[in-house]
Design a protein around this ligand. Structure first.
Ligand code: 4AD
Ligand code: MG
Length: 429
């Protein structure tokens, strides 16, 4: 039976067998110190020449970095090791001897690492990021499931441009045009009229031609949509959601955040209310800070960075000018130039992690907006039906998983926050 490395502390004094990979070895004439990992943890195995049989001693010396091995031995208490145990090795079986491993302890450039992403994933930090990502996704889903939401999967092929026409990936769909989805939102609006509170979680696609640290061409988004919620209820929901998911990660990923050397203070700051400022006030703040911006401009990456450094915690910016936002936003009845929408900016310069808003629920106004945005009406007829048959105020939001992971892990670039990143310049490995 194979024992997982993480379970070794409960087997002290026992003879066990583990299976994994060698990630390092230090050797002297009398001793081999094997560093072993199996995905659940790491442990040091000690081979003593005077005690080991010849086969074990020579296999321990031959196993190269990243060779797969099966190791037998006795679990011993070791106060100096972080897990409190080490392995007194009695047998070493090399399952597959690895060729010279391309990734070493020396500094590698980011392009080299991304070219070798399939191998880079094995490193301690990358494993920590993958675990945080998995936990964060589970936290999102648990929060929504517990709050009475139903998971509804949105299609990937769609005839609808949800987030503007400039970032569409177009594909031939048996002779007609289809796009890879930019967002599941429109389908969630349909599902919310059936089930009330719904969300989708899946990959979304944008032909982003910009090379920024925040943009991928394929990213994962979680998108809740709620019938009868207005734009304020929507911000309340986002705040509860963020607090719950960051709280869960803090609770469950302490080890991983330590590996990532993450300063926890900014994550812990989410327990107090998030400031809510209008777009108009945000523009004034930016001007005070010497940024070049005029009322009516959309925020650029630099603007978001500056704004998100002001408060030390996530901040809502609401009431953007309708003309910088998508067609489906409901205008403020008191000032039609403004949309009942918000972005949530993460602190520490991370910028937008959530895009949100109340949806246009009036049939004629929605029709006019679709036309104004130069979108074809026909593919939106089904969406217009939602306004024809029992339309209600409703709102929702979308959080990009990679941006959330980048912030939580304290990583500068989203490319490390997804197992196999896709950007304008990369779709391999
Ligand atoms: O602000 P966005 O475009 O909003 C929507 O797609 C809405 N339909 C969501 C909704 O209301 N259901 O995107 C939402 C979030 C952003 O805040 C960001 O976190 C992420 O998706 N995002 C990206 N992440 C990585 N790479 C990109 N190219 C991204 N574009 C958006
Ligand atoms: Mg947005």
């Amino acid at each position: 039976m194979t024992t997982l490395i993480k379970d070794l502390p409960s087997h002290i004094g026992e003879e066990i067998s583990i299976a994994g990979w060698m990630y390092n070895r230090r050797s002297s004439k009398k001793l081999h110190f094997l560093q072993l990992r199996d995905g659940s943890g790491t442990v040091q195995g000690v081979v003593v020449k005077s005690e080991a049989n010849e086969e074990t001693w020579s296999a321990a010396g031959e196993a190269t970095m990243e060779s797969s091995v099966r190791i037998g031995g006795e679990v011993r208490k070791d106060e100096r090791s972080p897990t409190g145990v080490e392995l007194a090795v009695t047998s070493v079986e090399i399952l597959a001897l690895a060729q010279e491993y391309p990734i070493s302890k020396k500094e590698h450039g980011i392009d080299f690492l991304l070219d070798n992403r399939h191998l880079w994933l094995r490193s301690r930090k990358q494993c920590a990021v993958l675990r945080v990502r998995a936990r964060l996704i589970k936290a999102c889903r648990d929060f929504l499931d517990d709050a009475g939401f139903t998971l509804v999967d949105a299609p990937i092929f769609t005839p609808n441009a949800c987030e503007g026409t400039t970032s569409l990936f177009e594909t031939d769909y048996f002779g007609s045009k289809a796009y890879l989805t930019q967002s599941g939102q429109l389908y969630m609006e349909a599902a919310a009229m059936a089930l009330g509170r719904v969300y989708c979680f899946g990959p979304t696609f944008r032909a982003e031609k910009s090379k920024t640290r925040r943009h991928l061409t394929e990213f994962w988004m979680i998108e809740p949509e709620v019938a009868f919620n207005d734009w304020k209820d929507n911000m309340d929901l986002q705040e509860r959601f963020m607090r719950a998911i960051v709280g869960r990660v803090l609770e469950e990923c302490a080890e991983d955040l330590k590996v990532l050397e993450r300063d926890l203070a900014p994550l812990e700051a989410i327990s107090s209310p998030f400031p809510r400022i209008t777009y108009t006030d945000a523009v004034a703040t930016l001007k005070e800070k010497g940024q070049e911006i005029e009322w009516g401009d959309d925020f650029g990456a630099e603007h978001e960075t500056v704004l998100s450094e002001v408060h030390g915690k996530p901040v809502f910016v609401h009431h953007y000018p309708a003309k910088v936002k998508a067609f489906y936003m409901k205008p403020d009845p008191d000032n039609e130039e403004l949309a009942l929408c918000n972005d949530l900016l993460a602190p520490e310069g991370y910028g937008e992690i959530i895009g949100a808003g109340q949806r246009m629920d009036d049939l004629d106004m929605l029709l006019a907006k679709i036309e104004e945005h130069g979108l074809p009406i026909e593919p939106f007829q089904w969406f217009l039906d939602l306004r024809r048959y029992g339309t209600v105020p409703h709102s929702g939001f979308g959080m990009g998983i990679e941006r959330a992971v980048a912030w939580v892990c304290g990583l500068k670039h989203v490319r490390e926050c997804i197992p196999f990143p896709r950007t304008m310049y990369r779709n391999t490995p």
